[in-house]
Design a protein around this ligand. Structure first.
Ligand SMILES: *Cc1c(COP(=O)(O)O)cnc(C)c1O
Length: 375
């Protein structure tokens, strides 16, 4: 059992009766999530805006924070980045500009509940609407946490039939909600059926569990997952403060199980839209063998203006990384487009223009060179 000293100090203060054994039990963590005003007020000094937002919440994304993750949030400061990503404020009720419930048009590309088939050879399989901890900027805020689709085998069977009959699908990305909150048995049920499909050659699990509930990454889970290679994890990380001792240990054991990890980060105003923060996060991920994969522009879901940055700011962050640190630490910056157009890599661009048979390139230091490239 590994408990970070910071987490341990929090536990002694707010959960003095709880044994280390219970604390490190992922089911205990799920059962004891902070889910309402009373739970939040026991730990945090809430601002008026946070208190009203928790009271007002109706039909919107629920409040849900594992006690483990609560230890990483500032108890006093409502403006701390990580706290803003988990505790709602009244900003969430301000709908502006182009914001909508389903900005990616996923529903239009959904042949069945729980399946999104936007690209030719890969499919997104939403196996549950439940997460260990809800992120306020969730791109699927419209559907998660409401219990609208519980993990039901009858729903999964239909999705599996679709994948079986579409032989062009070679890549299945399990997401949700968070697939890793399913029991080992259920995960095995889904993964073994998928791996029995001859044309499915690549499996991925999109998850934030290693960051918000690292105790879920048990040796039993890993020995089960190992049977389904090639299996990759895409892990959602937001900030270097998430890389506690137990998270680093979980990632190292995931890597030891032969599961390659890609990091996925949503660019968030006041949370991680800072070159130093992003560099620390991405370098920290490399140290635990997780390759920063995508930096996502925050999707324009309803009430997300307080989290969104301009595309130019995201490009500046990539510029601050490329050439200035290990290439593996530089993710691809993606904007997911409206109406199901899919993800678009948006640079920054190092090709400045063309002059006859030469193109002008700019390097990481901003020095321009002409490169012979006849048409
Ligand atoms: C992001 C996404 C994928 C996976 O895309 P990659 O670029 O291969 O990581 C698949 N389907 C949908 C609908 C997606 O949004």
């Amino acid at each position: 059992m590994i408990i970070d000293p910071l987490v341990s100090a929090f536990k002694s203060q707010f959960y003095p009766e709880v044994t280390d054994e219970e604390w490190c039990n992922w089911r205990w963590q799920l059962r004891n999530r902070i889910r309402d005003l009373e739970g939040a007020e026991r730990i945090f000094s809430l601002s008026d805006s946070e208190r009203s937002a928790i009271q007002k919440r109706q039909g919107l994304l629920p409040l849900g924070i594992t006690p483990y993750y609560a230890a990483l949030l500032d108890r006093e400061d409502p403006l701390q980045g990580l706290r803003r990503t988990k505790i709602p404020s009244l900003d969430e009720f301000e709908v502006t500009g182009d914001e909508c419930e389903d900005p990616l048009g996923e529903d239009a590309h959904s042949p069945l509940p729980g399946l999104v088939h936007t690209y030719p050879d890969k499919v997104l399989f939403l196996v549950t609407d439940f997460c260990a901890t809800y992120c306020r900027y969730c791109t699927r805020a419209r559907m998660v946490g409401g219990g609208e689709f519980l993990p039901e085998k009858s729903m999964w069977e239909k999705a599996l039939d679709y994948i079986r009959s579409h032989t062009e699908i070679r890549d299945v990305l399990l997401s949700g909600g968070d697939p890793l909150i399913l029991s080992d048995d259920r995960l095995e049920w889904i993964l073994s059926r998928l791996s029995d499909i001859p044309h499915v050659e690549f499996l991925r699990i999109g998850t934030k569990v290693p960051a918000v509930l690292p105790y879920r990454i048990t040796d039993e889970l890993l020995s089960l997952l190992k049977k389904f290679h090639p299996l990759f994890f895409s892990i959602h990380f937001s900030h270097p403060d998430e890389l506690t001792m137990e998270v680093r240990d979980a990632c190292n054991r995931i890597a030891d199980a032969g599961i390659p990890m890609g990091g996925q980060t949503v660019l968030l105003k006041g949370v991680n839209d800072d070159p130093q923060v992003m560099k620390a996060l991405n370098q920290g991920l490399l140290r635990v063998r997780c390759k920063p994969y995508y930096l996502h522009q925050c999707d324009p879901i309803q009430g997300s203006a307080h989290f969104r940055t301009s595309i130019a700011q995201g490009q500046e962050i990539i510029r601050s990384l490329h050439g200035h640190t290990t290439g593996y630490a530089v993710p691809t910056y993606m904007v997911d487009t409206a109406g199901g157009g899919g993800k678009v890599p948006v640079g920054p661009d190092y090709v400045l223009g063309r002059d006859g048979d030469y193109v002008t390139l700019t390097n990481f230091e901003g020095k321009n060179t002409r490169y012979w490239d006849p048409i």
